[in-house]
Ligand binder design. Structure first.
Ligand SMILES: [Zn+2]
Length: 269
């Protein structure tokens, strides 16, 4: 496809999904702008931009759907991740920077390794978002990744549950399967996507349990990742490093997923 045609289509296709996402309140205005930059980069630069964009879109739409899913229940439990369920630019940036960078590099120098890194990052991000959004609804108490004997409240950073792990596996398989069906890579991309999602999210939980800033809301008597809780109260730092918020952890999760995809490619292909 001619590059100018791709730019033109990019504005229309990415712009249309951006507009829908904004109107459906999947993103706020800052999230819309950042989402457009990420989506446009992925759509326009790589050889298979449309296919890569479809993977990104799958992540974006399922994340939006499951963020809204039982939002009122999550909000009442104090475990809702985003204000009113709309994602801001920081969230889009943390999850989208690495896929956008890989897509750009693929456009500069066509090499399958960038597709493997892209799939690893996107499957990790989707697994993380979905396991958070669905995992908090788990009926039983999850356990800390650093001490599996320790039961904690749903929504605690660093907590893992069988439901959360199942969602991670399904997300990894789905993105891998879609990449295979879209013709982005041979079948080997499916296990790569699964393993990347698992390793990326294990690192995410581990960072969440150790160095991530965790606050306490005295109003709700709940631990939270936010400086200002969803109830509006200012919270107090109880553990972790103030500089390492949820977005920083998400960035490292995305980076780990990407590197896992790249390493598996170099080891096995
Ligand atoms: Zn609160």
């Amino acid at each position: 496809m001619d590059f100018l045609v791709r730019i033109f289509l990019g504005f229309i296709v990415v712009g249309a999904f951006g507009a829908i996402s904004y109107l459906k309140k999947l993103v706020n205005f800052s999230g819309l702008i950042m989402g457009f930059i990420v989506g446009f980069t992925v759509f326009v630069f790589p050889q298979q931009g449309l296919e890569l964009f479809l993977l990104l879109l799958t992540f974006h739409l399922t994340a939006g759907l499951f963020t809204k899913y039982k939002y009122n229940v999550k909000n009442r439990l104090g475990v809702a991740e985003e204000k009113k369920g709309a994602r801001a630019w920081t969230n889009v940036f943390a999850n989208g920077l690495i896929p956008a960078a890989l897509a750009f590099m693929e456009g500069m120098r066509s090499d399958p390794v960038f597709v493997y890194g892209f799939v690893g990052a996107v499957s990790s991000a989707m697994a993380d978002t979905l396991s958070n959004e669905i995992g908090v609804l788990y009926k039983y108490k999850p356990r800390m990744i650093t001490n599996l004997k320790e039961k904690v409240n749903p929504g605690t950073s660093g907590a893992i549950s069988p439901l959360g792990e199942a969602v991670i596996a399904l997300s990894g398989l789905l993105i891998g399967f879609m990449a295979y069906l879209a013709g982005l890579a041979p079948w080997f991309i499916i296990p790569v996507s699964l393993v990347s999602a698992f390793i990326g999210n294990t690192v995410d939980s581990f960072l969440g349990a150790t160095v991530q800033a965790i606050y306490y809301c005295e109003n709700c008597r709940k631990e939270t990742e936010k400086k200002v809780h969803s109830c509006g109260s200012i919270t107090k730092l109880v553990r972790g490093n103030e500089k390492i918020n949820n977005h920083v952890v998400n960035f490292f999760m995305s980076l780990t997923g990407c590197l896992t995809g790249i390493l598996l490619y170099y080891f096995f292909i």
